[in-house]
Design a protein around this ligand. Sequence first.
Ligand code: NAP
Length: 245
Amino acid sequence: MAEGNRTAIVTGGSRGIGREVALRLAALGYDIAIVYVGDENEAAETVAECRKAGVKAAAYVCNVASFEETKETVSQITEDFGSNIAALVNNAGITRDGLIAMMSEENWDSVISVNLKGAFNMIRHTARIFIRNKGGRIVNISSVSGLMGNAGQINYSASKAGIVGLTKSTARELAAKGVTCNAVAPGFIRTDMTKNITEDNSELLRTIPLGRMGEASDVADAVVFLLSSPYITGEVLRVDGGIAM
Ligand code: NAP
């Protein structure tokens, strides 16, 4: 790996799971570049929190669905932080749920573009940096929806199943360059994305063997583990309280 301070890029790092991952990595001494799309206040808060750990941190507005914007953003990050990008966490994601018989083309396209193409775009523009550095770690956030399917989420589960294929192919392609690529598949995690789901719903609880929703910190634990594991690649680690076992 290249010398100098290590930088981690976390997409969707302004809120929820991404924020938790950014804070954990900052505490481990990584400089942090977060990518977000619109929530400036939340992004500024994450950056301020990361800086408290004594590391460099900055936020970049970038729609991960855009090939050009992600290219420019990665280039800006390397200009600002140097080329020792050690980790990429593809966490940005959205839901636009609906039944297949009613789903609009727009809701299909937007979810696939952000969740799946977004991860492709970021890997596409960082791969050469990792190869040049002779190492790097990529973690992509999938979902149990991508492993099991979920009624009302064909767009989302297709995007998250796509993440599994993208992860394994990237892992195979970049292994010889010292780059690992893994995925984490969360179940129901308490964030803005699941704010309409409550644990009062006993139907939901019955589907979770461990009997509770997960916290962003549960997912961050898995991300940090995979980022620190040199001999694990192409793995999909479920963090779901046992839902998809
Ligand atoms: P969240 O709280 O809704 O946060 C989403 C993050 O993604 C925000 O930082 C948001 O930025 C960013 N984002 C959204 N669209 C973007 C785009 N086009 N370009 C760049 N950034 C974008 O979500 P979360 O619950 O933390 O989920 C994080 C990841 O975990 C997602 O991939 C999600 O699918 C996955 N996941 C979540 C759960 C769960 O139960 N929560 C379960 C399984 C998988 P802004 O703040 O600017 O909007």
